[in-house]
Design a binder for this molecule. Structure first.
Ligand SMILES: Nc1ncnc2c1ncn2[C@@H]1O[C@H](COP(=O)(O)OP(=O)(O)OP(=O)(O)O)[C@@H](O)[C@H]1O
Length: 280
């Protein structure tokens, strides 16, 4: 249990499938081929995932390719709709019950005010032809801000925080290196002070030294701003460095969860053991 026991995000049996299912896979005894129905080929990308995110902690999600990590993150950010289960955001008094059931307008509001998202591919999070300031202003406008001076000040503040020289703030991210693009994405995601930040494989593809800088920045943000984070990675070294607690996914299911050190030192599930021992 983390030091702070205030839950800011909670999932109960959250599911996401691609396809409508058939009589076979809707049955309780159905055997899937990993996460796919052998009869109708419906993909059960996330299956009954339950977790709690505590205030100020970094929760890691680790698992092999195709285990459902990105689908889970996209569902949390309402990039796609869950097909079952509950998504509770106790910190937002304006949402009663399951956030999966609220209107599209309310989902947009939650996304703009409660959540920040940093994607593996900066093309998903940034408009590459717009300046960094405009990218950040876009997020601020979406959450209701109309004051240009205030938006520019906010953009300056967060670009400085992520170490982007303000002399380059009117340049388009397409001219930036991969590490800089991730920094602009992080600045954008943080710009309206969301209590929850979602980071999906944000250092994959970056050089090791650039990767280390971005990871250090993430830790610094957690320290300084107390933001609660969910970090997806297939890299256990990153999980070890960043995350207080970790969940392990396999074929769409959460198969193990606990304090990160405990999972890495004493993995219980056979798959987690393979994952941990393969890198020792
Ligand atoms: N739009 C989609 N339509 C159909 N199947 C999909 C779709 N998106 C994802 N899937 C399937 O859902 C499963 C989970 O994919 P997901 O991308 O969430 O895995 P992942 O753990 O993030 O993998 P990676 O680490 O490679 O990104 C995979 O079997 C994938 O093929």
């Amino acid at each position: 249990m983390p030091a702070n026991d205030e839950v800011v995000l909670s999932l109960r049996d959250l599911s996401k499938k691609f396809g409508s299912g058939c009589d076979y896979c809707r049955g309780t005894d159905a055997e899937l081929q990993k996460n796919m129905c052998p009869e109708c080929h419906t993909v059960y990308a996330v299956r009954n995932a339950s977790l709690d995110l505590y205030k100020g902690e970094i929760l890691g999600i680790v698992g092999e390719s195709g285990s459902g990590k990105s689908t889970l993150m996209k569902t949390l950010y309402f990039d796609q709709e869950a097909t079952g289960g509950e998504y509770i955001l106790p910190g937002d008094a304006s949402i009663e019950g399951n956030a999966c059931d609220v209107s599209s307008q309310k989902k947009r509001q939650i996304r703009n005010e409660q959540l920040g998202m940093v994607y593996q591919n900066p093309l998903q999070g940034l408009k590459m032809d717009f300046s960094s300031v405009t990218n950040i202003a876009e997020k601020l406008i979406a959450s209701g801000n109309r004051n240009v001076g205030q938006m520019t000040d906010r953009a300056d503040h967060f670009l400085e925080k992520v170490n982007i020289a303000l002399s380059r703030k009117y340049e388009a991210p397409k001219n930036f290196s991969g590490g800089m693009q991730q920094r602009v994405q992080i600045a954008k995601a943080l710009s309206n002070y969301p209590p929850i930040l979602l980071l999906d494989e944000v250092t994959t593809g970056l050089d090791l030294s650039v990767q280390a800088d971005v990871l250090e920045l993430i830790k610094e943000i957690q320290r300084d701003m107390g933001v609660s984070m969910i970090v997806v990675s297939h890299d256990l070294a990153i999980i070890r460095m960043l995350c207080d607690r970790t969940i392990v996914m396999l074929d769409g299911r959460v198969i193990e969860h606990g304090i990160t050190d405990q999972i890495l030192e004493d993995p219980q599930h056979k798959y987690t053991q393979q994952l941990v021992y393969s890198i020792l």
